[in-house]
Design a protein around this ligand. Structure first.
Ligand code: NAD
Ligand code: IPM
Ligand code: MN
Length: 352
C-alpha cells in the first residue's frame, strides 16, 4: 500500500488539505493517508517548523502533499525557525530539485483570467523551476552590522554545472512529451550564474536534445512575454527565484493563484513533494472560502508522478473540469462557493 503524507501547515493549508483528504477517501480508499503537524503550527508546538520525525516520515513516504506555511504571527521568529525555513529544509532534505508548475487554463475559466480570453484560451505552459539551489540556499548570507547605524544584507546566488544540467534535463525530457519546445530563462546579461546557466543548457541541448527546440530568453523579457502572448511558451526552465516569481505571474493567466498545483521531483523512485503554489493566505484563512483546487490538482499530480495511479489522476482531472464546466466557482474565481462546496462539486463529478 502506498503512503501519502499530508502536511496541512498553516492558514488556509488545513482547509484546502481537508478537501484533498475527502477526495482521497473516495477516489483512492486503498491509499494510506497519514498526517503530521508542520510549519508555524509545528513551531508553536515543538519550537521548530520541521521536526526530525516529520522529515523522516516524509522521506519514508511515497509522496508528500503540503498545504501552505507561514503567516504574520511568525514574522518575528528567527529566520531559521520560520515556517518558510521548514519548507526549504524539507525540499532540501527530499532533494526535490525539479519543481514542475503547470499553468494550464481550463476552458471554463478563460474569462476569469485578468487577460483577454483569446490570449489564455488553450494555454498550457509547464514551468520547470530549479528548487534546491540558487539564492535560496547560497552562502554567505545574513545581515551584518557595519557600525554607525549601517547594516548590510547579503544573499548569494550560486549554481553549479551539475545543478543546472539535472534540472535542464528534466525540462528537455518533459518537452519531448508535449510541444517539444524549451525556453530557458536567466539573466546571462548581468549575472555570472546566468551565464553559466545559458552555457550548460546550450551544451546539454547540443549533446543530448538537438531534436528539441531551444530558446534562451532573459527573465525580464520572459515576464513581459508571459502577459503579452503567453501561448508562445511550452516548457520554461529557470532558476529558483525567477521560477517563483514567473509562476505566480502565470497563475493569473489561469484565473487564480488558487488554481495552480506543483510537483517537486528528485531522483527516480524517491518521494515527490506536492504543493499548491499559493501561500497560507492570511487574509482569508479561517473563513472557509479558499479555493481547494490547487491542492486537489496537486494531489492529481501526486497520483500521476509518485503514486503510479494515472487512472485515478485522469478521473480526478476530469472531475475538476466537469465541476468548472458546471459553473462551480469559489470567490477568487468570481463565484460564491465555499471551500467545502467546491470539494463537493469535485466529488459529485467523480461519479463514485
Ligand atoms: P498567498 O499566496 O498566501 O496569498 C496571495 C493572495 O492570493 C491573497 O490575496 C490570498 O487570499 C490569495 N489566495 C492564495 N491562495 C488562494 C486560494 N487557494 N484561494 C483563494 N485565494 C487565494 O501569498 P502571500 O500573502 O504573499 O503570503 C502569505 C504567507 O504564505 C507568507 O507567510 C508566505 O511566506 C507564505 N507562502 C507560503 C507558500 C507555501 O507554503 N508554499 C507559498 C507562498 C507564500
Ligand atoms: C513557493 C513559496 C516559497 C518559495 C516560500 C514560502 C519559501 O513562495 O513555494 O512558491 O519562495 O519557494
Ligand atoms: Mn511563491
Amino acid at each position: 500500500m502506498s503512503t501519502l503524507l499530508l502536511l496541512p501547515g498553516d492558514g488556509i493549508g488545513p482547509e484546502v488539505c481537508g478537501e484533498v483528504r475527502r477526495v482521497a477517501q473516495v477516489l483512492t480508499p486503498d491509499l494510506n493517508v497519514e498526517e503530521r503537524i508542520y510549519g508555524g503550527a509545528s513551531y508553536d508546538a515543538h519550537g521548530t517548523p520541521l521536526t526530525d520525525e516529520v522529515r523522516d516520515a516524509a522521506l519514508a513516504s511515497d509522496a508528500v502533499l503540503m498545504g501552505a506555511v507561514g503567516g504574520p504571527q511568525w514574522a518575528n521568529a528567527p529566520r531559521h525557525l520560520r515556517p518558510e525555513a521548514g519548507l526549504l529544509n524539507l525540499r532540501k532534505a527530499m532533494d526535490v530539485y525539479a519543481n514542475l508548475r503547470p499553468a494550464y487554463c481550463f476552458e471554463a475559466l478563460a474569462d476569469a483570467s485578468s487577460l483577454k480570453r483569446e490570449l489564455v484560451s488553450g494555454l498550457d505552459i509547464m514551468f520547470v523551476r530549479e528548487l534546491t539551489g540558487g539564492v535560496y540556499f547560497g552562502q554567505p548570507r545574513g545581515i551584518e552590522d557595519l557600525g554607525g547605524g549601517q547594516k548590510r544584507g547579503v544573499d548569494t546566488q550560486i549554481y553549479t554545472t551539475a545543478e543546472i544540467e539535472r534540472v535542464a534535463r528534466v525540462a528537455f525530457e518533459l518537452a519531448r512529451g508535449r510541444g517539444n519546445r524549451v525556453a530557458s530563462a536567466e539573466k546571462s546579461n548581468v549575472m555570472e550564474s546566468g551565464l553559466l546557466w545559458k552555457q550548460v543548457v546550450t551544451e546539454l541541448h547540443a549533446r543530448d536534445y538537438p531534436d528539441v527546440q531551444l530558446e534562451h530568453i532573459l527573465a525580464d523579457n520572459c515576464a513581459m512575454q508571459l502577459v503579452r502572448a503567453p501561448k508562445q511558451f511550452d516548457v520554461i526552465v529557470t532558476d529558483n527565484l525567477f521560477g517563483d516569481i514567473l509562476s505566480d505571474a502565470a497563475a493569473m493567466l489561469t484565473g487564480s493563484l488558487g488554481m495552480l498545483p506543483s510537483a517537486a521531483l528528485g531522483a527516480a523512485g524517491k518521494p515527490g513533494l506536492y504543493e499548491p503554489i499559493h501561500g497560507s493566505a492570511p487574509d482569508i484563512a479561517g473563513k472557509g472560502v479558499a479555493n481547494p483546487l490547487a491542492a486537489i490538482l496537486s494531489f492529481e499530480m501526486a497520483l500521476r508522478w509518485s503514486l503510479n495511479r494515472a487512472d485515478a489522476a485522469d478521473a480526478l482531472l476530469a472531475a475538476v473540469k466537469a465541476a468548472l464546466d458546471g459553473g462551480a466557482r469559489t470567490r477568487d474565481l468570481g463565484g460564491e462557493l465555499s471551500t467545502a462546496q467546491m470539494g463537493d462539486a469535485v466529488l459529485a463529478n467523480l461519479g463514485r
